[in-house]
Write a protein that binds this ligand. Structure first.
Ligand SMILES: NC(=O)c1ccc[n+]([C@@H]2O[C@H](COP(=O)([O-])OP(=O)(O)OC[C@H]3O[C@@H](n4cnc5c(N)ncnc54)[C@H](O)[C@@H]3O)[C@@H](O)[C@H]2O)c1
Ligand SMILES: O=CCCC(=O)O
Length: 725
């Protein structure tokens, strides 16, 4: 039987949900009713104050919404077809929907595999549509209640309504009517999840809050496993160009996996040169207006952005854990860190002071002003899927620049969620663009570095890639900031507090399962305290609980992928071949996912690979030393210089060592140096200059320095010599 374009036959799976077309119908229906009732009171209600704020969607509500589910963007197995469904309207309710028809019941399992992609898309659209509908009093009056329903196959017919009862019988009445309708139509073997979001006269923001919880409950009840987000609408599987969520031109996609389970989380578009050019052009166009906003306007929008990040911090953290693997506690830490950059730079926006320089000529006044550099290309790594973007994005936006972000293919969802929150905060179309790519990375990165529209490139990642981008950016003498790899020495002198040193080593070495750029890579321990330090460290590391970061009690998550596990294994094998002992761990953990056992190696010779290359994994490699002079030489014997740490209670030694270490950042008696407020960055091949988050308060003499993510790095300095006085 066909009703409103949907085949309501048993054995078919329907995913029902509020979508386009309904608006016009509902409004028309209501206007007819209004006319017939000639009710002045209802007209007055249009101006009710709680409806004043319109949601993000603009445009006339009578136009059809550009929110249709695009079948091309979901890889559907054969025998599964997405169906356009007209809304079903009865006298009191509107059942709006999108259906997925499965011709062969055996395909239900295949459907289950892709259903989360479909439902993610749907779930993302629901709040927007409902917000859109809610913003117009006539719609909300007319659609009492509007129902959002997911329908899928189950053994027995069930109707579930959410919220179950709020003292207003709207939802149960609606659920009852839908159940009745299905009964009349002889539809069996279905689960209908009915979620009712508004109705009656009790409309307001409090009612709207239920939408996301309802969508989540419905998805879970329908057996659709998604990331357990409160607001699934933060998940995007498209890139963002000029304010539009878009697929790749080729239709190709990149699969994104959870490193803890190997489970495919979803896909994002495999974009290429053409999309990159479009994104750069969009950013170029947006620059003409964004750069003209006042610092205060940008401050206010960034504060909204920050507040949204705080509001959604649980969801942002869950996305990080799913795609990166770090524990939920660490992911929450990263999410807070990430938001703090947006807050910091909001506050910096209004402090981009200029200067007056007295002229030797009586008829000239020298004024120095700051102006945003232009379009900024942002390329980031997977180890901090959110914070490494926010550190750059916050500064760029605050300065008045527009951006093209290329997130890593391993962790694109955090980047896309950030971009969405930026949009919701009111950042205009084209100011943030996100180009996702993997195979086409060479073409995309080349364009991002060489395009004449781009005026600055900012990169965080490995040193070899940094060198490639540096060369490319040189072709147009762009401003560049580089945050590259490290090989941090961690030195324990015999006058150290050993307990604190062990604690510092745990924090520093094993943060993110050893996958941070400032992780200790080489641990040098003075011979007198070597045995004590090694045994205490080994005892602590043996107690780690390794596993899926979403689970309670897990202290350390997986490595990002197999290549990372192989590199760690290679470093362990090499050290052991050269005479090192394994005190703890030393091998891959035999389970699903890319896990390596946290490892402590002792007696690692100076010429071991682990002392030479950044391991980026959970190996604490201990090497014994005798004198301060010897260990400084060992510590500095590397081409990179990001962070260095030492533990000593001798004040004179502390100064000597801090000054002697060839690094951009020193931790003296601490293993944790990362903070929003510091000048984060390295020297030698770890980066260019010293990034200065606090650079606006620096003397102008520092402005010529390269590198870093302080707001000055995103601004040009211009002299205006006023003459003819
Ligand atoms: N100094 C810092 O602040 C800092 C912070 C975080 C990470 N890192 C470094 O990042 C590295 C780990 O991250 P990663 O593995 O994602 O680094 P990576 O260099 O492989 O990737 C970084 C970014 O560059 C892109 N990329 C990869 N190959 C490219 C190519 N040929 N051309 C252009 N772009 C390319 C990636 O897609 C990603 O977006 C480590 O070396 C770590 O020390 C440094
Ligand atoms: O991965 C390195 C950078 C993370 C941090 O800011 O501590």
């Amino acid at each position: 039987m066909s009703v409103n374009g949907v085949e309501w036959t048993p054995g078919m799976v329907c995913v029902f949900d509020g979508l386009e077309n309904v608006t016009g119908r509902v409004v028309q229906w209501y206007e007819q009713r209004l006319e017939s009732m000639k009710a002045g009171e209802e007209l007055r209600e249009q101006n009710h104050p709680h409806l004043a704020e319109r949601p993000h969607l603009d445009g006339s509500f009578t136009t059809s919404l550009p929110l249709s589910l695009n079948p091309q963007s979901v890889e559907l197995p054969g025998g599964i077809e997405l169906v356009e469904a007209e809304p079903i309207v009865d006298r009191k309710s509107v059942f709006v929907g999108r259906a997925c028809r499965i011709s062969d019941p055996s395909q239900v399992i295949a459907f289950a595999r892709v259903s989360h992609l479909i439902t993610e898309q749907i779930a993302r659209q629901v709040p927007l549509i409902l917000a859109f509908l809610m913003a117009d009093r006539r719609v909300t009056k007319a659609a009492h209640p509007i129902i959002n329903a997911w329908r899928c196959q189950l053994a027995a017919p069930t109707v579930y309504t959410h919220p179950p009862d709020n003292g207003d019988d709207g939802e149960s009445a609606a659920g009852g009517r839908l159940a009745h309708l299905l009964q009349i139509l002889d539809v069996k073997d279905v689960l209908v999840v009915v979620t009712r979001y508004f109705g009656g006269t009790l409309l307001g923001a409090d009612r709207f809050k239920h939408i996301n919880q309802a969508a989540r409950d419905a998805l879970e009840l329908g057996g659709f496993i998604e990331l357990g987000l409160r607001e699934p609408s933060l998940l995007f599987n498209q890139g963002l160009i000029g304010g539009k969520w878009v697929e790749s031109k080729s239709g190709a996609t990149i699969s994104v996996f959870n490193p803890a389970t190997g489970e495919k989380l979803g896909t994002v578009p495999e974009m290429g040169l053409e999309e990159t050019k479009e994104a750069i052009n969009a950013a170029g166009r947006a620059f003409t207006t964004w750069s003209k906003t006042t610092a205060k306007q940008r401050h206010d929008i960034l504060i909204k952005f920050y507040n949204l990040m705080k509001e959604h911090d649980d969801d942002l953290a869950r996305i990080i854990t799913h795609e990166n693997g770090k524990t939920l506690a660490e992911a929450k830490g990263e999410s807070a860190y990430s938001a703090s950059f947006i807050e910091w730079f909001a506050e910096e926006a209004v402090r981009t002071y200029g200067e007056h320089i007295p002229s030797p000529f009586g008829n000239i006044r020298n004024i120095v002003i700051k102006q945003p550099v232009g379009v900024v290309s942002i390329l980031t790594p997977w180890n901090f899927p959110s914070a490494m973007i926010a550190r750059k994005l916050g500064a760029a936006l605050a300065a008045g620049c527009t951006t093209v972000i290329k997130p890593p293919p391993e962790t694109p969802f955090s980047a896309l969620a950030l971009a969405e929150l930026g949009r919701r905060a009111g950042i205009p179309d084209g100011v943030i663009n996100v180009v996702t790519t993997q195979k086409n990375v060479n073409d995309v990165a080349k364009e991002m570095c060489e395009s004449k529209t781009v005026k600055k490139v900012t990169f965080t990642g490995s040193t070899p890639v940094a060198k490639l981008l540096y060369k490319m950016a040189a072709s147009t003498i762009k401003k560049i900031s580089i945050e590259a790899g490290g090989n941090a020495p961690f030195i324990v002198f015999d006058d150290a507090n050993i307990e604190q040193a062990v604690e510092g080593a745990i924090l520093c070495k094993f943060r993110g399962t050893g996958q941070t750029c400032v992780c200790a890579n080489r641990i040098y321990v003075q011979s007198n305290v070597y045995a004590e330090f090694a045994s205490r460290l080994a005892e602590r590391v043996a107690a780690f609980k390794v596993g899926n970061g979403l689970e309670e009690g897990i202290t350390h998550g997986p490595l990002i992928h197999d290549r990372a596990v192989e590199k760690v294994m290679r470093h362990v094998n090499d050290a052991v071949e050269k005479g090192a002992q394994i005190l703890v761990g030393g091998s891959r953990i035999d389970r699903l996912g890319t896990f390596f056992a946290p490892t402590v190696l002792s007696d690692v010779p100076a010429n071991a690979l682990v002392n030479d290359e950044e391991t980026f994994g959970p190996i604490a490699a201990l090497t014994k030393f005798e004198t301060e002079e010897e260990v400084i030489k060992l510590a500095n014997d590397t081409d990179v210089g990001l962070a260095g740490y030492f533990y000593s209670r001798d004040v004179g030694r502390a100064w000597r060592v801090a000054e002697a270490l060839e690094v951009g950042m020193v931790g003296a008696n601490t293993g944790l140096i990362s903070q929003t407020v510091i000048p984060f960055g390295g020297i030698k091949e770890s980066g260019i200059g010293s990034p200065c988050n606090w650079s606006t308060i620096l003397d102008l003499s520092l402005l010529g320095r390269e590198g870093g993510h302080g707001i000055e790095e995103y601004m040009n300095t211009k002299l205006i010599a006023f003459g003819g006085l």
